[in-house]
Design a protein around this ligand. Structure first.
Ligand code: GLU
Length: 320
């Protein structure tokens, strides 16, 4: 039987300069695809275009290139580069949302954020609020009256059946959407499509069959698998990887300026020390040493990547 070419992706949200945690994830996505002769697509997840100006995406692409994390198709590399910016794909998302509407699975929701966080809404330990279904059963007249006051978000009805998948690193993962998230948003009240919907449509249409991303998205995967199923689109293999965290336990964020590429590129004139350090954190080297990403290809072993989150010091050791 003919082996299917692996097609992975970088799917960054350009809301700021990329930091070490983003690079860690991109490096693993790149190694996992490339070590198996696969390809990488670059898709810019700028759904919220006010938070994600084009200049950020430009810097991000230049940073990935500088790091030696190449991509084969997508943004910044083909004549149809614009097709790989989510902000340009709203008409496509609208078509798929329509399909869900035809299945009577979508309804308008007028709840404000404040209402959702009110005491009666159960909260999960990760801060997610379970939507209690407030607007699911509004009558047509109630919807019309509320629409005159504010524009609604749109939610999808979820089911009670548990959704399971086999993660490439974390193993079996199961979630019951009704109990652990409730009906979730597919389009915001300002007209911006939700990440959960856009990512499913894009990964399917871009023929991505391997998704490597941070373990913070593990709990998004059942929502996405539900959408794949409803839209009858093929789901990729999922591999979640640990997060890099600060010594106080916070996940690294774009505000950790010391570990963003603007700062790192001032300290390191070449990417090798950064790549070697990340490969060490990913269990691929016994000690940090400067290396090019492609030098890791022949020995890359996903099973050596730890499953616990990884603490990084606020400044990297200088490996020249
Ligand atoms: N755009 C998301 C991020 O930058 C990643 C989404 C995904 O990998 O599915 O965190």
């Amino acid at each position: 039987m003919e082996e299917k070419t692996i097609c992975g992706r970088f799917a960054p949200t350009p809301s700021g300069r990329i930091h070490l945690g983003n690079i860690f994830c991109s490096l693993l996505a790149w190694l996992q695809a490339k070590s198996q002769g696969g390809k990488i697509v670059l898709r810019i997840e700028d759904l919220d275009s006010t938070r994600c100006p084009r200049a950020n995406a430009d810097a991000l692409a230049a940073d990935l290139e500088w790091l030696g994390l190449t991509w084969d198709t997508g943004a910044y590399c083909s004549s149809n580069s614009e097709d790989y910016f989510q902000s340009r794909r709203f008409p496509i998302y609208a078509r798929y949302l329509q399909r869900l509407e035809e299945q009577e699975l979508i309804y308008p929701c007028f709840c404000s954020r404040g209402e959702l966080h009110a005491a009666n809404a159960p909260h999960l330990s990760d801060g997610r609020v379970i939507y209690p279904g407030t607007c699911r059963h509004l009558t047509a007249a109630q919807r019309a009256a509320k629409s005159a006051q504010r524009s609604p978000a749109y939610r999808i009805k979820v089911t009670d059946s548990p959704i399971s998948f086999q993660d490439g690193l974390y193993g079996q993962y199961t979630e019951c959407l009704a109990q652990e998230c409730g009906d979730f948003i597919v389009r915001r009240s300002d007209g911006v499509y939700a990440y959960q919907l856009a990512v499913v449509i894009d990964d399917a249409l871009m023929q991505i069959n391997q998704v490597v991303r941070g373990s913070d998205l593990l709990s998004s995967t059942p929502m996405q698998l539900y959408l794949y199923q409803l839209l009858q689109l093929p789901a990729p293999q999922f591999i979640h990887v640990p997060l890099l965290i600060a010594p106080d336990g916070r996940r690294l964020a774009k505000r950790d300026k010391d570990l963003d590429l603007d700062c790192l590129r001032r300290i390191y004139t070449s990417p090798e020390p950064i790549i070697g350090y990340l490969a060490y954190l990913a269990g691929q080297l016994s000690h940090p040493e400067p290396l090019k990403a492609e030098e890791l290809l022949s020995c890359f072993d996903l099973s050596k990547v730890p499953t616990h989150n990884i603490v990084v010091p606020p400044t990297l050791p200088l490996l020249k």
